[in-house]
Ligand binder design. Sequence first.
Ligand code: COA
Length: 380
Amino acid sequence: MGDAALKNDAPKKKTGGLAGIVAGETEISAAGGAHNLEYRGYSIYDLAEHATFEEVAYLLVYGYLPKQAELDGYKNKLRALRDIPQSLKEVLERIPRDAHPMDVMRTATSFLGNVEPEGDDNCQEAITDRLIAAYPAILVYWWHFAQTGQRHDCVTDADTLAEHFLTLLHRGKPSDLHIKAMNVSLILYAEHEFNASTFTARTIASTLSDFYSAVTGAIGALRGPLHGGANEAAMELIRKFDTAEAATAGVKEMLATKQLVMGFGHRVYSEADPRNKVIKEWSRRLCEEGGKPELFAVSEAIETLMWDEKHLFPNLDFYSASTYHMMAIPTPMFTPIFVMSRITGWAAHIFEQRKNNKLIRPSADYTGPEKLDYVPIEAR
Ligand code: COA
């Protein structure tokens, strides 16, 4: 990563949260401006409309859209990697029922780093494929065991990751509509330039640390409600209201008391999140098909109010919440689904960082006291 913008002699300006700072170059995705959002030059609209998540994963991890034979081979490879080691199942069984599933994802990633460590016979691409394939089982194995004490199978014969995850979770074949919606959601969540978790992964990779450490750190960054955790927080908000009117009044009150409304706003976009219009249509479709039009109406009322009052727009997390809810996915699983998808983007960035590595280590303006006399402990 070129880090010219972070050098000591860079122009001094207020850079709270590094907003507006270009912290390096990437070939992996472009967000904002005329790009809207593109993965390696391909519009997310085309990918969401025509591709499967596996194609997008291949694009991000291996650098180009696969030919049919390559995609078939890749899907077979991922299918063969779905099961998880017995030792990991035992670890998962010890994680308390009331743990947050993001902590389960973080612990499982870290544990896998012990039993399948990165090394000569386990390269970064192989680990990426392994994590993509194993995350659904990790999440759902723990979930079922924690809820019921039962040990369920981690493998299915599902064709895609979207179908595999929903099949494991609901212990039955999902509808084609739900498979498609999940597939689109995984595509939209896959990659997003130098977001906080990706930057975390790159920072860790830049110290020449191992792949699992970079991903474990990224999961920690994603967990917070200002980042990936916003989709869960959005659901908690939406479910409070039965009607559009109640939602408008309730969110107005939140704004009056200066509360953040999760699922709105974005650091990179100022007028709209390009992913929103895709996921919003899926939310509309699933709410209508599932007989819960009021859930969509509540969401839209909040969107209208946020725009009218604050000129803030929904980001990908907002309508993802109702979309997942309509697939009967428990709310605490929303951010872990983000992990299942974003592992592809994180991996691509870790590879890119390693290819042209430079330690990421910015500087700070010191604002504390200076030249104090040391006071012996007994005199303080
Ligand atoms: N709800 C209410 N007010 C919001 C808001 C939200 N979701 N997002 C931004 N604002 C307000 C801020 O309070 C701030 O107001 P102020 O100028 O009166 O202090 C103003 O809009 C500018 O926001 P700021 O926090 O400086 O923008 P940022 O670039 O630092 O933050 C986010 C970007 C995403 C962290 C921020 O929009 C946010 O907290 N959103 C909610 C969490 C979320 O959905 N995260 C997922 C992102 S994909």
